[in-house]
Ligand binder design. Structure first.
Ligand code: FES
Length: 281
């Protein structure tokens, strides 16, 4: 059992939780995720690791209540326990294992959409801890859905904010802001790391391909076992079948078959809606 030691509301329907899981905190690296099961009848929910404190033994996760299981999870309070908290799973981001001098030569742009700000934060912090400034774009539909702005600002070289409705920062989508920075302001980037809704990662990847910027995306599909056995998380990358849980979750955004991934993501929509209705009744 894994105790929730702190719970905070970040935005409507979006919560941050610190969970006591010392073994996960000890070995977590940027880019990795955990699978959380709320209770005896809960399904397995993959969530990216937002932060970890090796001394306290806590792992921070950010949950957006969208379906039955995530609604149940955010109803838990400080002092409550999750049944399972498995991880860290997946591979750390590539740069973690690369020659740091090579990494230092590159200019990185991070693009976070919605709750994608949560997995982007530990990555930007990693760069900050290694003395590297990176630019970060955080985007959301509206101002009240922008999360972790202050935390990211503390570790980013430059932080840019975009809202679809123009209620805060750049007026438009993150792709519009990338164009503004690269095309209009002449900024140069060697790598773009984009994490957020699948549709956002698709359009960021299409744009960066045109702009000639190598792009990494973090795929968060439906998962069951999280160990490469069930095939639920399969995604086509460069015409090859990959499993996001063991081969990813990060892949070359210019090679991912996003249309297939988008289709697979919605294949259980009717069942999910039915379950959510039952839960709310
Ligand atoms: Fe089962 Fe990845 S979740 S293979």
């Amino acid at each position: 059992m894994y105790k929730i030691v702190e719970k905070r509301k970040l935005a409507p329907d979006i919560y941050s939780m610190d969970v006591l899981a010392p073994r996960v905190a000890e070995s977590a690296k940027p880019g990795q995720f955990v699978i959380v099961i709320a209770d005896e009848v809960g399904e397995r929910i993959p969530l990216t690791i937002c932060d970890y404190d090796k001394e306290k033994g806590t792992v921070n996760i950010v949950i957006q209540a969208v379906g039955c299981s995530t609604r149940k999870m955010v109803s838990f309070n400080e002092g409550d326990y999750f049944k399972a908290f498995v991880g860290p799973l997946g591979n750390p981001s590539d740069y973690v294992n690369e020659d740091i001098e090579e990494v230092k030569k590159r200019k990185y742009l991070f693009v976070a959409g919605g709750v994608g700000a949560a997995p982007v934060y530990p990555q930007v912090r990693w760069f900050h801890e290694h003395g590297i400034d990176v630019d970060v774009i955080v985007g959301a539909k509206t101002k009240d859905l922008i999360i972790l702005e202050d935390k990211i600002k503390d570790v980013a070289g430059n932080l840019y904010v975009a809202t679809d409705d123009g209620s805060y920062g750049f007026n438009g989508m993150v792709t519009g802001l990338i164009e503004e920075l690269v095309v209009n302001q002449g900024k140069k980037y060697d790598y773009c790391i984009a994490i957020g809704p699948m549709i956002m990662m698709k359009f960021v990847s299409l744009l960066t391909e045109k702009l000639g910027i190598k792009t990494i995306v973090s795929i968060n599909p439906i998962m069951v076992d999280g160990t490469g056995m069930c095939g639920a998380c399969r995604v086509t990358v460069g015409n090859e079948t990959k499993f996001a849980c063991v081969d990813g979750p990060e892949f070359d955004g210019h090679l991912v078959d996003f249309d297939e991934a988008l289709k697979r993501q919605t294949q259980y929509k009717d069942e999910e809606l039915k379950k959510l209705k039952e839960y709310e009744e």
